[in-house]
Design a protein around this ligand. Structure first.
Ligand code: NAD
Length: 253
């Protein structure tokens, strides 16, 4: 699997932290040149620096994925830097809801849909022409188990992640004969800084989060990165349009 990725170019959005950072590091370990992108400049520069410290090739390009001009400039920056784009991980996402649907605000709706849906749509729109021009590529979008079922008190987030899966399947079929494969990963609860901050204060919540996964624990960012690398690799050459749970069995029950 690793040899098929080595020397190629990968883009990761939302790569300043969490799943995106772990996946950028994993791409680099496999020998890829990595474009690290995020709105968080310090975090994104930090990811790129970590890759370079270990002998890898990376550069940071700031981009707010909700703004088409910035997404267009990001793709131009990738091509200017490395001449091509073989793999893209459209991972930037937010989750800011705290309550039931009737307590939500229009601002929350617009913010969540803006990053999670419009952001993925804009990235796909500007990545695909680059891949078509060079003869192919592979894209992975970050959905969630909240894109496969309901998520109480996270209804806008769940709607946004269902939309990511709808985009993924539709566009995968559109470009299936053009050697551009497009899939989604659907993580359950993953151990990120965000999760730790939310659960430090109440260990019972952390125990509950672990218990909803038949495996008996929450996931590791590296376990999502592994799924992304698999979907990008030639080992997944016959796989397009899927929404792959990375969920410790959570959606199996
Ligand atoms: N952590 C989990 O348990 C979990 C579970 C399922 C799905 N996900 C999804 O995984 C993805 C990564 O989440 P994470 O847990 O690593 O969280 P995170 O907050 O650590 O990472 C998200 C990154 O996206 C960036 N971002 C936010 N808005 C942006 C914008 N407009 N443009 C560019 N970048 C932007 C943030 O700065 C941040 O670096 C998200 O799409 C999230 O919905 C996370």
């Amino acid at each position: 699997m690793s040899r098929s990725l080595s020397g190629q170019v990968a883009l990761v959005t939302g790569a300043a932290a969490g799943i995106g950072r772990a996946t950028a590091l994993a791409f680099a370990r496999e020998g890829l040149k990595v474009v690290v992108s995020d709105v968080d400049v310090a975090g994104g520069e930090g990811t790129a620096a970590r890759i370079r410290e270990t002998g890898g090739e990376a550069r940071f390009i700031r981009c707010d994925v909700t703004r088409e001009a910035e997404v267009r400039a990001l793709m131009e920056g990738v091509v200017a830097a490395y001449g091509r784009l073989d793999y893209a991980f459209n991972n930037a996402g937010i989750d800011i809801e705290k309550g039931k649907l009737a307590d939500g605000s229009e601002a929350e709706f617009d913010a969540i849909m803006g990053v999670n849906v419009k952001g993925v749509w804009l990235c796909l729109k500007h990545e695909i022409p680059v891949m078509l021009a060079q003869g192919g590529g592979a894209i992975v979008n970050t959905a969630s188990v909240a894109g496969l079922g309901g998520a109480p008190k996270m209804s806008i987030y769940a709607a946004s992640k269902h939309a990511v899966i709808g985009l993924t399947k539709s566009v995968a079929v559109e470009y299936a004969k053009k050697n551009v494969r497009i899939n989604a990963v659907c993580p359950a609860v993953i151990d990120t800084d965000m999760f730790r901050r939310a659960h430090e204060a109440d260990p019972r919540k952390a125990q509950f989060a672990a218990a909803v996964h038949p495996i008996g624990r929450i996931g590791k960012v590296e376990e999502v990165a592994g799924a992304v690398l698999y979907l990008c690799s030639d080992a997944a050459g016959f796989t397009t349009g899927i929404a792959l749970p990375v969920d410790g069995g959570a959606t199996a029950i």
